[in-house]
Design a protein around this ligand. Structure first.
Ligand SMILES: [Zn+2]
Length: 501
């Protein structure tokens, strides 16, 4: 059985699945894993609901490397109250959330979004805050026992937000006079926080179980940092049981995604590939596929360079085998869970991504590419799909492709010269190519070999002739396919021109 089906079989009917991310920076592939894990389980359970809880009331912890120094004054202020870095979003939180929500939409994730600053403002947390304050001693005991750390004497299960300086976690609580928390801030201000509003928030270790209780969460994917012994999952379980008297959600612990050669993806260090970058370089189905085919507990080493081509190829092959009825049940599920709007009625035909890496560099215009190189093999229904993939491939080439796959066709004859042997190679190749019955990658490739032998030059030298003549460089893509992908008239013309020079 697929992992999502296994997990969902442990859940009640119509489960509420919650995921949550603090939008403190660009939201990356590692965070996508959390929401996609939740989405897979929601799909597997058919009638469930998925919540994406954006921790917008969380304070900015520090000035991250991607922020300028002017953000110093906003450290400890809720993300929902900090100005947007680009100026076109309502807040700092929205600046990072909006593109991520769009990405989630493109990935076919069906979820409701909740913002914690609004949940507090709407009074949803009131009862939970009251219970936690009233059970303060018990909470302190749980946290001390499970974390092995002593809490400061001033610790309180509620952090007022100072009405004067606007910061969270800078005030000491003096007393609780329901529904007001009386505090004194380090800025000198003294005030009252109303627990029915967003005048303050619970510390994370209390907030998490409180929201399980408030919303009735049945299942939650969580990163392994939270799941560590004495971590917020352990304390959350104890708090929901002892203070709220209900059971914790069913946990699904997921592993980190590493960016190959750079380390764990994290938005605070900038070692990350943003969610929107992922769907800019491959179809959203492929992003889903990566996470659906891998159990949440397995670690992923993601390499956006050349290995990306293998991932897309694996997706394409799985797709073909799905329609040929060649897949095991597990793999079938992987394919199904990777789809955005249900399973296509007919097998989608896709021009291989790897071929397009050459083609988009040969043809500036996608219509030329269609007419000259691929249109014969594909039908009109495939044109839209080709167009979309072409955009992804271009993005990949511009941003992630290793230098050696890049080239540009020289429309004018490049400044290169050839010796006598090379010239006679070109003559022979040109006359043989004209006599061929049909062209194919293999035929054009072996013709290079046989012609080189006839003329008596090294094979490597023979291959180099084409790259120099067409690209003005010594190396290039696999030759047989490359020649095949060119406009024939162009190729023949270029050989003639070389001879005439
Ligand atoms: Zn203050």
């Amino acid at each position: 059985m697929h992992w999502a089906d296994v997990e969902s079989s442990d859940l009640p009917p119509e489960p509420l699945i919650a995921t949550g991310i603090t939008p403190s920076g660009p939201i990356h592939l590692g965070s996508l894993r959390e929401i996609l894990t939740g989405d897979a389980i929601r799909r597997a359970s058919e009638s469930g609901e998925l919540l994406y809880i954006a921790d917008t009331i969380d304070p900015l912890r520090r000035v991250y490397p991607f922020l300028n120094d002017s953000y110093e004054k906003y450290v400890r202020m809720p993300l929902s109250s900090i100005p947007c870095p680009c100026g076109s979003h309502e807040s700092y939180a929205d600046h990072y959330l909006e593109p991520f929500l769009e990405t989630m939409d493109s990935l076919g994730i069906d979820c409701s979004v909740r913002y914690t600053h609004k949940m507090y403002a709407e009074g949803l947390y009131e009862d939970a805050v009251r219970k936690l304050i009233e059970s303060k001693d018990k909470v302190v005991q749980v946290l001390t026992e499970l974390t092995g750390r002593t809490l400061e004497g001033s610790w309180y299960p509620y952090n007022p937000r100072c009405s004067s300086c606007g910061l969270l976690g800078t005030a000491d609580v003096i007393s609780f006079e329901d529904p007001f928390v009386h505090y004194r801030c380090s800025c000198g201000n003294e005030g009252m926080a109303d627990i029915r509003t967003d005048d303050g928030k619970l510390p994370w270790r209390c907030d998490w179980p409180a929201r399980w209780w408030i919303l009735g969460v049945d299942c939650e994917p969580l990163g392994k940092d939270h799941a560590a012994s004495g971590g917020s999952w352990d304390t959350g379980i104890k708090i929901i049981k002892d203070i709220f008297g209900t059971s914790p959600p069913h946990p699904i612990v997921y592993e980190w995604i590493q960016l190959k050669g750079k380390g764990v993806m994290s938005s605070s260090t900038g070692v990350a590939i943003k969610g929107e970058d992922m769907i800019a370089m491959v179809e959203p189905e492929v992003v889903r596929f990566l996470l659906m085919k891998t159990k949440p507990q397995s670690h992923i080493d993601f390499d956006p360079g050349l290995p990306l081509l293998d991932l897309v190829e694996e997706y394409d092959q799985t797709e073909m085998r799905y329609y040929d009825g060649e897949l095991e049940d597990d793999q079938k599920r992987v394919y199904e869970l990777s789809q955005i709007d249900g399973i296509p009625e007919y097998p989608p035909r896709r021009v291989p991504y790897r071929h397009l890496v050459n083609l988009v560099q040969i043809y500036e215009d996608v219509d030329d590419m269609w007419e000259i190189s691929v249109g014969d093999e594909y039908g009109p229904d495939d044109y839209e799909r080709l167009n979309k993939r072409v955009e992804k491939v271009r993005y990949w080439i511009d941003n992630y492709a290793p230098g050696f796959v890049k080239f540009s066709i020289k429309r004018e004859m490049p400044e290169v010269s050839f010796d006598e042997d090379e010239i006679s190679f070109i003559e022979k190749y040109l006359s043989s190519i004209k006599d061929l019955d049909g062209w194919s990658d293999d035929i054009l490739h072996s013709l290079v070999h046989s012609t080189a032998e006839e003329v008596g030059i090294q094979k490597g030298k023979a291959f180099g002739i084409f790259y120099r003549m067409i690209l003005g460089q010594k190396r290039g893509p696999k030759l047989g396919r490359f020649l095949m992908q060119l406009d024939r008239r162009f190729l023949l013309q270029r050989m003639k021109e070389t001879l005439e020079k």
